[in-house]
Write a protein that binds this ligand. Structure first.
Ligand SMILES: Nc1nc2c(c(=O)[nH]1)N[C@H]1C(S)=C(S)[C@@H](COP(=O)(O)O)O[C@H]1N2
Ligand SMILES: [Mo]
Length: 223
């Protein structure tokens, strides 16, 4: 499959949901004004703990088969690559445990991830000196941006499994990004392309009122 072919999209874009999240951002809801820079608590300000893992998306859950799946890693890099699923599994595999903090106020502790670390990706493609930002592009058209130094954090993983099982479609399978340091909208599901860029490119929610960074400890919820 070429990069511009779109797989089957299941569902319809939830315009109403998108509008209501934009409104939440405009009104700066869920901001407590508390700050926990030193992580004195395990739960960041304004968050509550859940046990079940909620599903959030734009209404579209792309149906990408392992055969059709490709991951293109390109941009400001010396060695751009396009990986098939077997190539991805042949890279060094890591296991990380991290907490999820979603901007809609739920958090979930101790999620077990398996996949490829951001360091392995960086060693493979070798970002050039100009690279400053990383943009995730997904099969549902979603995008999100992080700084290269955040991508380089040791717990960032391009994950294919959660709790020892392959990621389900609703949670972003075959492969999603996990950026534990930031609110969960930065953890793009169904990724198809990782772009290293000299310039920043605000993503889907960042263009709709969400913060450009997403630190839960200082409540970087909205811009
Ligand atoms: N491709 C894609 N990735 C996405 C989203 C999306 O709509 N599309 N939603 C984001 C948001 S707002 C959240 S909170 C998490 C939800 O992930 P989950 O459904 O696995 O809990 O995915 C993030 N990644
Ligand atoms: Mo979210």
């Amino acid at each position: 499959m070429s990069d511009d072919e779109t797989p089957g999209l299941i569902g319809k874009i939830k315009d109403k949901l998108i509008r209501s999240k934009e409104k939440t951002a405009e009104e700066h809801r869920h901001i407590t004004g508390r700050v926990d820079r030193g992580h004195a608590n395990r739960l960041p300000p304004g968050q509550h703990l859940v046990e079940k893992w909620p599903v959030l998306d734009l209404g579209v859950q792309p149906d990408v088969t392992l055969e059709n799946w490709r991951l293109r890693i390109e941009g400001a890099v010396e060695n751009p690559v396009t990986l098939k699923f077997d190539d991805f599994l042949a890279l060094p595999q890591e296991h990380f445990v991290s907490d999820i903090h979603c901007v809609t106020t739920w958090s979930r502790y101790d999620n077990n991830w398996d996949g490829v670390s951001s360091k392995t990706i960086v060693d493979l493609v070798k970002p050039t000196a100009e690279a400053r930002h990383v943009i995730f592009h997904s099969y549902d058209g979603y995008t999100t941006n992080i700084k290269l130094e955040v991508f380089m954090e040791p717990d960032v993983i391009i994950a294919h499994s959660w709790e020892g099982e392959r990621l389900t479609r609703e949670h972003g399978g075959p492969v999603r990004a996990i950026v534990p340091q930031w609110y969960f909208w930065k953890s793009a599901k169904w990724i198809r392309r990782i772009e290293f860029s000299p310039v920043d490119k605000p993503g889907f929610w960042e263009e709709r009122g969400y913060h450009n960074d997403a630190d839960p400890w200082t409540e970087q919820r909205y811009s």
